[in-house]
Design a protein around this ligand. Structure first.
Ligand code: FES
Length: 127
């Protein structure tokens, strides 16, 4: 394969993204957007007993944003909400084996979507 800007893990998550879609009975929804490029992402979580049972996403964005969202949902499943808040863009980057410098903000958008979803969850619970 020709050497592009993305490594094989990123290409795999870009071409075959995991967990794309909406969760109808999601009890947490997060939104994030990048002012830099106008791309945006919505994250749906199904949380039970403060544990993330399921995570899905819809992303209108570049390949790196889709790969970051895909990896982020994989990393979120099974985590407690406190642990989910520890999910940073560096962890997503590391799991993806890195992104080109100009694409780091795409992974930051994933981190922001997680924070936004957990905030929504807490608001709904009245915490
Ligand atoms: Fe903006 Fe990737 S999310 S270029």
């Amino acid at each position: 394969m020709a050497k592009g800007p993305y490594n094989e893990i990123v290409m795999d998550h870009f071409m075959n993204p995991r967990n794309v879609g909406e969760i109808e009975d999601a009890n947490a929804v997060g939104e994030a957007g990048s002012g830099q490029c106008g791309d945006s992402m919505t994250l749906y979580l199904k949380i039970e007993d403060d544990k993330i049972q399921d995570a899905k996403f819809m992303t209108f964005g570049c390949g790196a944003a889709i790969a970051s969202s895909s990896m982020m949902t994989e990393l979120l499943k099974g985590r407690s909400i406190d642990d989910a808040l520890n999910l940073t863009n560096s962890e997503v980057l590391k799991a993806l084996g890195g992104l080109p410098e100009a694409k780091i903000h795409c992974s930051i958008m994933a981190e922001e979507a997680v924070r936004s979803a957990i905030e929504d969850y807490r608001k709904r619970k009245g915490v």
